[in-house]
Write a protein of this length. Structure first.
Lengths: 206, 710
């Protein structure tokens, strides 16, 4: 059949091209951050793609985790959220605790909790099936990711460099999120793009 | 520091100086401060230790806590100047919870610390040590806790110092990682590292795990693939977020555990640049029973290739080719033989190329297997495009060449040979997802063989696939059985378009499995554009030159747009969370009359836990693009009798979905000498039972007989 030689050549060309492509399904520094659409605490939807053009911070949280409490009760994370908002940085809180597990909340509870803690994230995303958390490989609460205006992941890791649940360590700690956001604002290279996350494990569905 | 002889002394535990506040408790943990000695001497090194007794199901952490958690810390204060060393960490345990892996200790652990007692102590004084101990104790939830412990010891002359009674401290010192007694090397692999351990005397049943000392060097939650070699074993590790550079050392503890004991070996191999392996290793699959001798494998590969001809994804292509042959009854025997040869060369060459690609990818350390192309969404979409266009061509929407007659008569010997050659290529490509019985095992062996044998297996596979056609072409006797050409051929040709459309539709369905609904819209849009392009091309062949120019532009624009859509799928697959995976994670399908039986997603740890508990397990390794897998589920696994047998016998049904690349499942297939799905394994009750591998074509009876007799 005459046509098959053309088709064969077409296939060879296409497959060579396909072979050079690779799939990144994970959160890798300097690669596009995994996109997601999540349900927000107020019942809406948040599509990460809609935040293109803005710097975005993703914060995995669980209000019952002592490491999270360290950063909320001390006012550390609420302050970071306020500073972020002032600089047009979108802060997204993500709760990946499965139903019936520690830290699982309804939208209303999440909103109430933030109000009581003086926390003002731009969005709270409920991820009880853990799909967003797992696509990012989020492991701990807190676990932080920073995405630049182009949608590239520029930071992943811990909130700071002292892995304890003690508030008194905050003063000595180097806050990686603050460091990353300042570097982005100044157009500099992010000094520590990937650091060790610390905290409680995320209570994914088992 | 424990060089002193243990004195069977009358000094008993009650007389131990560690009395006052040497013990403290929280609801989850009891901590005790212990000493190796009952008295201290100026300038001496003693070992103090914190013994933690941890409530069931809770655990504390190792120096590297793993994906979450925090290391236990001890802050020392002494009454006299003294120097505390680092904690001597006993061999850790691995705790997995969902996707999170932690390194730590359950039940009890003692953390010894060497302490150099300063010279400024005098006989008769009391030497006091205080420890502030911080730990994180977790079950699901985590609690940071802190206790303060103190211990007072009298200062004596060297001759009067005694060691304490055998205590948890001694055990903890015995549980320290030992220096590795064999050479350990570390090499870079694509996306990871390979530890090579030249320890030939390790039991094949032993389980092996490498605990990295520092975060980021390896991806801690990824399963480590252990491959036995004649010289020992190798462990494949995936790089973490802070990958090792050449010249840096990977420090950590290699834990080897078999029935008798669990021993940790401290290792710190340096990453070699691009140094070739120290010894030529021929990894053998762990399950030796599933391995085949290579000559048998070559034979099986040939038979597998023959069977491939009957697969639904090959038969249409073969028919297409047979049709081409039918349209040339005037070709003489020699010309036909040439065509047959060209086809054979096309098939075999494609298989060899595929083999080389496989070797290359395997060498790059990617855990891939048969059918791997269909795990890439963009490849799937391009295949759908291709089959759709072939279908349109068969339907007569368009023809290549300058005139209709071109199809029949303009076929010169040269273009005929090329046509035959590329039909062979096409047959190979579309055959890949249909891993026929026999072939899987042969390929499993192939991947573990040196290059020449691997190539031989693939060539044999290709010869098997090409054999029937070659036979028809070569044997004039067979011609008599060929029907006379006629108008029915056009009908047949048009009819053959439908399997092509069907295959394209199936591939779109596969895409939907891999990604989500949006990709279906994109794929259908792309197909629409191609359909339009084919139609415009078809009707414009006899048009005037100017019209034809317009038509060609339209064709080019449509085809480009379709390719752009395919390109966008690539970016899209980056973002979408694979649906089968999320389904697997969250689902336990309910048991109802017409539904599939309740299953759980396969994870190596789940299987290990179930096996350890002695529970019977049925394992189904499948993929959305594997038709025989789906057929087996429909005709056997989802049948009420099989479901009932699983419920009655308490069999846990694990499903390993390989629709997308998954190293954990690739490792599982390798373990059984396979490189493709389906794979069905039944693990009878009892932790030491031998797994039974079921055939690749299941019937209700064959499954039940395995369940009932084992």
């Amino acid at each position: 059949m005459y046509s098959s030689s053309r088709l064969g050549a077409l296939w060879v060309g296409l497959s060579l091209w396909a072979g050079t492509q690779t799939v990144h399904a994970e959160a890798v520094i300097d690669q596009p951050a995994p996109l997601f659409t999540g349900t927000t605490a107020d019942g809406g939807k948040l599509n990460l793609n809609s935040l293109k053009g803005k710097t975005v911070v993703l914060e995995w949280t669980n209000h019952e985790c002592p490491f999270v409490q360290k950063h909320y009760e001390s006012g550390n994370i609420p302050q970071l959220q306020k500073d972020a908002a002032a600089k047009q940085v979108t802060w997204v809180q993500i709760i990946s605790s499965a139903a019936g597990k520690q830290g699982h909340v309804t939208g209303a509870e999440a909103i109430k909790l933030n109000a009581s803690r003086g926390a003002k994230p731009a969005y709270v995303v409920l991820d009880a099936d853990g799909s967003i958390g797992q696509s990012y490989g989020a492991q701990t609460t807190p676990h932080l990711y920073v995405i630049d205006a182009k949608g590239t992941l520029v930071y992943k890791g811990g909130i700071d460099d002292i892995a304890t649940a003690k508030k008194e360590d905050l003063a000595k700690a180097n806050n990686y999120v603050r460091e990353t956001l300042s570097a982005l604002a100044e157009g500099k290279k992010v000094p520590h793009p990937s650091t060790k996350p610390y905290g409680c494990s995320i209570k994914y569905p088992t | 520091m424990l060089s002193m002889v243990l004195v069977p002394s009358v000094v008993l535990a009650e007389a131990s100086p560690s009395t006052i506040s040497a013990q403290a408790s929280t609801p989850q943990v009891t901590a005790r401060l212990l000493s190796s000695h009952l008295q201290v001497v100026a300038g001496q090194t003693v070992t103090l230790g914190i013994a933690l007794t941890i409530a069931p199901e809770w655990h504390t952490y190792w120096r590297n806590p793993g994906d979450s958690g925090t290391v236990t810390t001890i802050d020392w204060r002494f009454s006299h100047p003294a120097k505390a060393g680092d904690i001597l960490w006993p061999v850790p345990e691995r705790h997995r919870m969902g996707p999170i892996v932690n390194y730590g200790y359950a039940k009890q652990v003692t953390l010894p610390v060497p302490i150099v007692v300063g010279d400024l102590v005098h006989v008769g004084e009391i030497w006091r040590a205080e420890a502030v101990v911080d730990w994180l104790v977790c079950k699901e939830e985590c609690i940071p806790q802190q206790v303060k412990l103190a211990l007072e010891l009298p200062v004596v002359n060297a001759s009067a110092s005694y060691m304490a009674q055998p205590s948890p401290l001694i055990t903890a010192l015995q549980q320290q990682p030992k220096p590795a007694p064999w050479p350990v090397t570390l090499q870079a692999q694509q996306a990871g590292l390979q530890l090579q351990v030249l320890a030939p005397n390790i039991s094949p049943q032993a389980s092996i795990w490498f605990f990295p000392e520092a975060w980021g060097r390896i991806a801690q939650s990824v399963d480590q693939t252990v491959t036995r070699t004649p010289q020992g074993f190798s462990v494949a590790l995936k790089s973490g977020d802070l990958p090792l550079k050449a010249g840096e050392a990977l420090t950590g503890v290699l834990v080897i555990e078999d029935k008798a004991q669990r021993v940790g070996y401290a290792i710190a191999p340096t990453l070699q640049g691009s140094v070739p392996p120290t010894a030529p290793s021929q990894p053998t699959p762990q399950a030796r029973s599933a391995a085949l001798h290579w000559s048998v494998a070559v034979l099986f590969a040939f038979i597998g290739g023959l069977i491939l001809n009957l697969m639904p994804c090959v038969l249409p292509v073969l028919s297409m080719k047979a049709l081409a042959l039918l349209s040339h009854p005037s070709l003489d025997r020699q010309a036909r033989l040439h065509e047959g040869m060209a086809y054979t060369v096309g098939v075999v060459l494609s298989f060899v190329l595929l083999a080389l690609l496989l070797v290359f990818l395997k060498a790059s350390g990617q855990h891939i297997g048969w059918g791997f192309q269909f795990q890439s969404p963009i490849f799937v979409l391009l295949m759908a495009y291709l089959l759709f266009v072939v279908g349109l061509n068969l339907s007569g929407v368009f023809v290549f060449g300058s005139s209709v007659a071109g199809v029949g008569q303009a076929l010169t010997t040269r273009s005929g040979l090329w046509g035959s050659f590329f039909t062979g290529v096409l047959a190979t490509v579309v055959a890949t997802p249909c891993t026929a019985p026999f072939m899987a095992a042969a390929l499993g062996v192939a991947l573990t063989q040196p290059l020449p044998i691997l190539i031989a297996i693939f060539v044999s596979l290709g010869l098997g696939l090409a054999a029937p056609y070659l036979l028809i072409a070569a044997w004039p006797g067979a011609q008599r059985y060929l029907p006379t050409p006629g108008a029915w051929m056009d009908v047949l040709k048009q009819g053959l378009a439908f399997p092509m459309y069907g295959a394209a539709a199936w591939l779109v369905w596969v895409l939907a499995q891999q990604l989500d609904a949006l990709v279906v819209a994109k794929a259908l849009g792309g197909l629409l554009l191609l359909g339009f392009a084919a139609w415009v091309y078809g009707i414009s062949r006899w048009a005037s030159l100017a019209h034809r120019w317009v038509a060609n532009s339209l064709v080019a624009i449509s085809v480009c747009a379709a390719l752009v859509i395919a390109g966008s799928v690539q970016g899209f697959s980056v973002t979408a969370s694979p649906r089968p995976l999320s389904d697997l994670r969250s689902d336990r399908a309910p048991v109802t009359a017409n539904s599939p039986p309740a299953w759980q997603a396969y994870r190596a740890q789940t299987l290990a836990d179930l096996r350890a508990a002695g529970k019977p397990v049925f394992l189904n390794a499948t993929a959305a693009w594997c038709i025989s897998c789906l057929v087996n589920e429909k005709v056997a696994l989802n049948q009420p009798a099989v479901k009932q047998a699983m419920v009655d016998r308490g069999i846990t049904y694990l499903k390993a979905d390989w629709t997308q690349q998954n190293p954990e499942i690739t490792a599982l297939l390798t373990q059984f000498g396979r490189s493709g799905v389906p794979l069905y394994v039944f693990y009878p009750a009892g932790s030491a039972s031998q797994p039974v591998v079921l055939p690749q074509m299941l019937t209700t009876e064959s499954v039940l007989s395995v369940f009932l007799t084992k």
